[in-house]
Design a protein around this ligand. Sequence first.
Ligand code: NAD
Ligand code: IPM
Ligand code: MN
Length: 368
Amino acid sequence: MSNPSILILPGDGIGPEVMAQVTRIIDWFGEKRDLKFDVETDLVGGAAYDKHGVPLSDETMARAMEVDAVLLGAVGGPKYDNLDFSVKPERGLLRLRKEMDLFSNLRPAQCFDALADFSSLKKDIVSGLDIMIVRELTSGVYFGEPRGIHKEGNERVGVNTQRYTESEIARVARSAFELARKRSNKVCSMEKANVMESGILWRDVVQEIHDAEYPDVELSHMYADNGAMQLVRAPKQFDVIVTDNLFGDVLSDCAAMLTGSLGMLPSASLGLPNAEGRPKALYEPVHGSAPDITGQGKANPIACILSFAMALRYSFDEGEEATRLEKAVEKVLADGVRTADLMGPDGGTPVSTTEMGDVILAALDASL
Ligand code: NAD
Ligand code: IPM
Ligand code: MN
């Protein structure tokens, strides 16, 4: 049998820097755990635009549909800010999500004990935090029609449309309820049913799916603005949060700071399972290309590394190896190893991106 296949798309900015550490870790699993992958690397975002004039070529898109998992670094950057909207780096990522039908985006926010002092919130608010934001990823205002910028009389009008079908809401709700059953059996659904019809439908459908299929799961509903406030007031009240594409984008960046740094947050974007029970999947850190620190060896590779741990768990049925990797990360943090984004008020000497990779590999060695 051939090895499972991975398509690596490092992208732009710090994407290639953090992905270089993931590549070393993939090699480690091949050598030390006999977990071999067929890895190929390709371009996405600005890097793809520079070569092909588009942020994702049709060939790369086709490979993404074929492989067992895609790992992506980050896309975008100031060099590309003035490009035509249709070829902006971000469009490459959105095309991958849409065409692979990756409707369920899991964004776990976990506060490692060693980092409880690094959050911008008080330690007792965040210590022990372990929540999962499930963000709908293929619909809503990101994709709704009509959209565009047009002229009305003398002025320009920008239009985007928030649109959700019942089935789109139902499938992401199921994904959240399934996850909740493996965690603390609790889901909070967030929308703005007080001002948006799509929010009313969202609330109704989530409730219907709950009553018909998951009555054992504790379900609550919250307006998303209150949800943002509750996330910083008392985040530990939540276990699984399910929400739409745009609210999920904003709420997950907000949740990132509960963990100490945006450089810590991984994500998995999953589609429906195929005949073998495997979902199409893309794994990527929540953070972007971080132009302000690109090329300086300052990027924290942990979000990208933990995204690979999610790939081990959700695409390759290697839950134990995923835990091994997560424990290695936890160990180096407990030992006080920190990249620059994790410097507390007392300072200290940060390690570089590559040095963080070195110590995580050493911790993996020590786990054998
Ligand atoms: P960003 O996430 O790139 O950066 C926000 C801040 O967090 C910056 O100060 C950055 O230095 C810091 N940061 C982010 N990741 C870090 C890491 N791993 N280690 C240390 N510090 C880190 O967001 P932005 O500045 O709003 O966006 C920059 C570009 O990235 C834009 O073009 C945007 O569209 C794109 N973007 C891409 C993705 C993605 O590819 N998934 C996600 C978000 C933003
Ligand atoms: C994210 C990013 C993307 C989004 C952009 C880069 C398209 O912010 O993954 O969180 O808005 O979904
Ligand atoms: Mn975002």
